[in-house]
Design a protein around this ligand. Structure first.
Ligand SMILES: *Cc1c(COP(=O)(O)O)cnc(C)c1O
Length: 238
């Protein structure tokens, strides 16, 4: 596929996803500007990912730190990178300077190590607590019970700016079945917020992927992380 054709097809995909986000916002009585599309580029090469900022999509996500480093080095500085997958502690130092937000704080050990490295680098870092709300063994994150008890830890942070919760719902053939998961996470956020000092604002809910983002928006998502709906079937650039 020629680059120009690829560019056109990607623009079409972006427009389709954008239309679906707008519709979901309308159904939920929410403003479009309250939901941010994070394009998850883990399945595409850097040259294809580089077409996104040219098309107006500047929030990009990667699930693996090394892949984020790799693409961050090749794409324009206008891109804001979101780490949406597991962060090993030995990769914090190199990841911190590159990211706009870490969506996937999934353990107390990671939280402590992030706080320490952010202090060392004199760099504050927006972050979200990952909640394993589906109970699947394969998923990272705090259980809902653990999440509800994180207030004291979160209130004590200086360099990690805790801004909300993130979750991945279980895959469902019928996306409406994900609604209880998203609702649970929103309610958890509300409960945690009520026990935190006013200066900590848990304003973000990162939830919703290709299969379920419309339901997530209806349940209050502020960040949707979308890969497949944007890239599936587009031939990749080298
Ligand atoms: C891959 C990935 C996504 C995007 O998933 P799609 O179903 O391809 O839209 C979102 N969040 C995380 C954490 C991912 O790893």
């Amino acid at each position: 596929m020629q680059e120009s054709e690829l560019r056109d097809r990607l623009s079409e995909r972006i427009a389709q996803v954008e239309g679906r986000i707008e519709e979901a916002c309308r159904r939920a009585g929410r403003a479009r500007r309250d939901v941010t599309l994070v394009a998850v580029t883990k399945t595409v090469t850097p040259p294809l990912a580089a077409l996104l900022p040219e098309s107006g999509i500047t929030e990009l996500g990667e699930s693996r730190p090394q892949e984020l480093w790799h693409k961050a080095a090749l794409l324009p500085q206008t891109v804001h990178w979101h780490l949406v997958g597991h962060l090993q502690r030995n990769k914090i130092e190199r990841t911190l300077p590159l990211v706009q937000m870490i969506h996937s704080v999934d353990s107390l050990r990671l939280l402590q190590a992030l706080e320490a490295e952010a202090a060392k680098q004199w760099r504050s870092v927006p972050a979200l607590i990952e909640v394993n709300a589906s109970g699947e063994q394969s998923k990272h994150g705090f259980t809902p019970e653990e999440t509800a008890e994180l207030a004291a830890r979160v209130a004590g942070l200086k360099w990690v700016k805790m801004q909300g919760l993130m979750t991945m719902a279980r895959y469902e053939d019928e996306p409406h079945r994900c609604r209880p998961t998203f609702r649970l996470v929103r309610e958890l956020r509300d409960r945690l917020q009520a026990t935190l000092p006013a200066e900590v604002r848990l304003e973000h809910l990162s939830m919703g992927m290709t299969n379920d983002f419309e339901v997530a928006i209806e349940e209050g998502a502020t960040l949707v992380r979308i890969g497949t709906a944007l890239f599936e079937g587009l031939a990749n650039l080298p």
